[in-house]
Design a protein around this ligand. Structure first.
Ligand code: CDP
Ligand code: CDP
Length: 223
């Protein structure tokens, strides 16, 4: 199949599997908009916690979701989500959000709220003259862009991923998030059929990016 002018690269995987680091490098290499959907779920979580809306109260949750207004602005090559005109604060990487985000992300209404916004990043990328976008998350290749030109699924041993996250500092029970993300009914974390799986347990970030780059560059050169 010929590759269209505008390309989409989907990167999924568990926590600290290398999604953000690799997608930022691919964005530079191929002139793509970088979209970190985990930061969107984190921002929504932060906002719902600030409003005191528990993930267990569906009625309050629906009312709060209906009240949120989303916009996008660029931070370099990355799409930054604004809620009510405000960008996310550093709190989105804090322990409270780490502890709650997978609970909110498991709720279909929350996922539905973000679905159109995430797909709308194609227009943002086009409007800013990018050659395409690279979007990272848990369900990009399975639900958001199942027909993306390139779909990667990153994996790594849980112990290695915990070591990577610990090295970055902060408190994050990534195995618990992985468990919740993989076992939920709505858009679970899974390697979709046809995606290219890369196990990075014993690979450096450079080696992972080289594998991805080679797949993308080879197909682009053929078209
Ligand atoms: O950086 P890390 O891989 O640890 O997490 P993240 O990508 O920032 O995502 C935070 C959380 O958001 C995940 O644990 C999921 O619960 C949720 N998420 C999701 O459900 N679907 C996505 N497409 C992206 C994130
Ligand atoms: O976005 P995600 O949570 O999947 O992972 P990340 O933030 O890109 O990577 C987590 C940490 O692991 C970063 O400090 C990366 O530099 C590091 N990493 C690594 O040491 N080896 C790899 N093959 C991939 C990532």
């Amino acid at each position: 199949m010929p590759v269209p002018n505008f390309i989409i690269i989907a990167i999924d995987g568990g926590a600290a599997s290398g999604k953000s680091s690799s997608s930022k490098i691919l964005a530079e290499r191929f002139n793509l908009l970088h979209v970190d959907t985990g930061s969107f779920y984190r921002h929504i979580t932060c906002e719902l916690l600030r409003r005191g809306v528990p993930h267990t109260d569906l009625t309050a949750l629906k009312a709060a979701l209906a009240d949120l207004r989303f916009d996008t602005r660029l931070n370099g090559r990355s799409a930054q989500m604004l809620i009510g005109g405000q960008p996310a604060s550093s709190e989105i990487r804090g322990q409270s959000v780490n502890d709650h985000v997978s609970h909110y992300a498991a709720i279909p209404e929350v996922r539905h709220t973000l679905l159109g916004y995430q797909r709308g990043q194609v227009e943002v990328a086009r409007a800013h003259g990018f050659r395409g976008l690279v979007m990272e998350g848990r369900d990009i290749g399975s639900v958001i862009f199942p027909r993306a030109e390139f779909r990667f699924f990153l994996n790594a041993d849980p112990a290695e991923r915990a070591r990577r996250r610990a090295k970055e500092g902060g408190q994050d029970s990534i195995s618990e998030r992985d468990r919740l993300d993989s076992s939920r009914k709505a858009s679970p974390l899974t390697c979709p059929a046809g995606a290219i799986e890369i196990d990075s347990t014993s690979l450096t970030l450079d080696q992972v990016v080289e594998q991805m780059t080679s797949v993308v560059a080879t197909r682009l050169a053929m078209s």
